[in-house]
Ligand binder design. Sequence first.
Ligand code: 5GP
Ligand code: MG
Length: 476
Amino acid sequence: MGFRDECGVVGIYGAVNAAALSYFALTSLQHRGQESAGIAATDGETIKLHKGIGLVSDVFKQGHFEKLSGSIAVGHVRYATAGGRTIENAQPFVNSFKMGSIALAHNGQLVNYEELHAMLEDGGSTFSSSSDTEVILKLIVRKFIENGGKLGSCGKENFSKTENQKRFVDAVVQAVRMIKGSFALCIMTESMLIGVRDPNGIRPLCLGKVESGYILTSESCAIDSVNGQFLRDVEPGEIVVINRGGLRSIQPEEKPEKQTCIFEYVYFARPDSVIDGISVQEARYRMGEVLAEESSVNADVVIGVPDSGLGAAQGYARASGIPYGMGIIKNKYIGRTFIAPTQKERENMVFVKLNAIRSDLEGKRVIVIDDSIVRGTTSRRLVQILRRAGAKEVHFRVSSPPVKFPCYLGIDTPSKNELISSTHELEEIRKEIGADSLAFISLEGMIKALRSCCPAETGRCLEGWCKGCFSGEYPV
Ligand code: 5GP
Ligand code: MG
């Protein structure tokens, strides 16, 4: 099993300095991964790569952009579990050979990684990382050779030649049909950019215009960050090919079934993004409203856990008529708590990250909303923090259903026995976190909230979502 990645990807075609725009885009996708960052760019001759461990702003310095000149680029930010935090697994991956290079950035997780890895190794491929992403890259290379793209034996011939471009696109189509799991891909050669979204559209990918070209990226907030113009989401199973001839779409053979990850709306995506026609912030407001309808309680103030719980808290306040307060402040300068390598550090990091505002809480009955309970660590510490600040009662409300199952498709949820809702009943969890009452939104309630955000004209987003972490049923 490879590593589970929550990642952000970007691809730019046709900009004066594609790497610089990628840098801005990656900075806006930083919430999707803080472990490593990288950009590959081309001036049409060769692909240059720079990647490293850390935040986008740590990895890139002024000088790097002189090296990364050119109008096509792909970039990546990565979140990995502790074991995978090595430079070998940082993306993009680049494969260079005599006739040209390929760079690839991937968000998601393959489920048939081991099979494909074994098959490719039997066929002579070698691997430099433990990442499932390298499997995709090597598979594309393999298909390309099979299609008659002669690696290393055709001198100056390169990807800009029409027949090689066609062979390459065919290779991508063939490789994509063999991989199973979740994937949003940005792939480039010296002359083109290709975007791919898996047949269920599990991970998001959208398309925009920027300068005289295009941008492909995980979230629309990254298009805004380069002053681009959002065009549309890449459809589940769609392959978008961008080259000198413009933009072309290759549709899947079978009609895909849309199953976008519901956790993108709960926690993962930024509130200013719109995914498959649904505003992330609007979805969070609505989840909070439904939560208030489902589990009301008398209280003096409603507060949210920053940042991802704030939308639901405002929705809850709106629907219940109980005043909204700030109540909790978050230190902006530290990463998400999951990064702490051990349970002990994870627990204590909450105190550094979050603190209560006593004047908002003292002597009050408080409803506190978080977007999710995973291990239960954050909520237990939070209740302590709120009581320490004088809250008279603490009613915990969660705007997603209990996370009972691990995710095999790209979100870093711990194994089943670490998921508090998998091993404990509601009342046990309430006691464990020390709240006066505890309630989760129902799965039906969350779906109802999402559906109510779908734009009426298209109805596209009504099709469905992957709810594997709540239901244990996965699309692949
Ligand atoms: P817990 O402390 O229960 O393990 O985690 C719940 C908290 O973690 C919530 O505040 C939620 O916003 C956040 N959270 C939920 N899913 C993820 C994730 O995949 N990664 C990170 N870093 N945080 C998460
Ligand atoms: Mg949180």
